[in-house]
Design a protein around this ligand. Structure first.
Ligand code: GLV
Ligand code: GLV
Length: 328
């Protein structure tokens, strides 16, 4: 019998077609996510699970997956998965690094530019008929060129953002768990503490994974350190920021603005006070959302699944100790 793959959301067709070459594809048909009981039922039949960053994959889901051998996350981040539990159960966890690096960096820059130049307000202003005369004082933003950008987390995406910032003639500061002299030489980025970065930057862009150490990395105290004109960009995970503290800081002018693709709870409620603020640009977690990248992510997840089902080490294994012994 063919192995069975449960895919929790429709995705670009080439990825589905690739999966169908070696597996029976159980594709979740609806637009909203499967609820927990539905997830448990479908996983109970599956040899492989292809899931989204918004699907919490905990021990209960894994326990239901009696035949489950691989959890292929359709994302680079995998904070939605209990990786330790997967390792205990001998289930491979894979992600989709690299293919979305440039696309996500593009999104960080899109939010940065949109927030710096009031693009959303300008669009509304134009459509709504407020443009009655050209005026030197209408919709003034702040320069991006020549400004200082602080990058928090200089991984693949952080470095890709730095490359873009170089083209804008920005001074680039970074803070990271490990200092990266090679990147400093190649990208002209300067290492500093988080505190110094927050104090000196006109734009701060977050590129850390969500882990216990980065949960609420940016809270009230950190926001206080930022310039009153500074703009915070978040394309990583909502909980890297204390969203209540951020909302307060944006309301009282502690910082100048924000560009956010990620939130504490997703989807964010349309009644959230954050959405009442005009100095915030928001997007519904679409950092990797291009046809090209979403196709590559699907192909990558399919290859990871195929490898595990054939008894090979998958190319993008997260729980690396799983294959440490040659017998596996
Ligand atoms: C998106 O947020 C991802 O982790 O790929
Ligand atoms: C994610 O891919 C990162 O390393 O920044």
């Amino acid at each position: 019998v063919r192995p069975r793959v449960f895919v929790t959301r429709d995705m670009p067709q080439p990825a589905i077609d690739r999966l169908k070459e070696f597996a029976y594809v159980d594709l979740w048909p609806a637009f909203p996510a499967p609820e927990k009981h539905e997830l448990l039922y479908h996983v109970s039949q599956a040899d492989a699970l292809l899931c989204m960053l918004s699907d919490p994959i905990d021990e209960e889901v894994m326990a239901a997956g009696k035949k489950l051998r691989v959890i292929a996350n359709y994302a680079v981040g995998y904070d939605n998965i209990d990786v330790a539990a997967a390792t205990r159960r001998n289930i491979a966890v894979t992600n989709t690094p690299d293919v979305l690096t440039e696309t996500t960096a593009d999104m960080a820059f899109t939010l940065l530019m949109a927030a710096a130049r009031n693009l959303i307000a300008a669009d509304r202003f134009t459509r709504d008929g407020f443009w009655i005369a050209w005026h030197p004082l209408v919709l003034l933003g702040h320069d991006v060129s020549g400004a200082t950008l602080g990058i928090v987390g200089l991984g693949r995406i952080g470095q890709a953002v730095a490359r873009r910032a170089r083209g804008f003639g920005m001074r680039i500061l970074y803070t990271s768990r490990h200092r990266n002299p090679a990147a400093e030489a190649e990208l002209g980025v300067e290492y500093c503490s988080l505190e110094e970065l927050l104090q000196q930057s006109d734009y701060v862009s977050l590129h850390t994974p969500l882990m216990p150490e980065t949960h609420h990395l940016i809270g009230a105290k950190e926001l206080q350190l930022m310039k009153p004109t500074a703009i915070l960009i978040n394309t990583s995970r909502g909980n890297v920021v204390d969203q209540e503290a951020l909302t307060a800081a944006l309301q009282d002018g502690t910082i100048g603005g924000a560009g956010l693709d990620v939130f504490k709870e997703e989807p964010i409620s349309p009644d959230d006070p954050l959405l009442e603020l005009s100095n915030v640009v928001v997007a519904p977690h679409i950092g990797s959302a291009t046809i090209e990248t979403r196709t590559k992510m699907g192909m990558m997840a399919a290859e990871n699944i195929k490898a595990v089902l054939e008894g090979r080490r998958p190319p993008n294994l997260v729980n690396k100790d799983l294959y440490s012994s040659p017998s596996k």
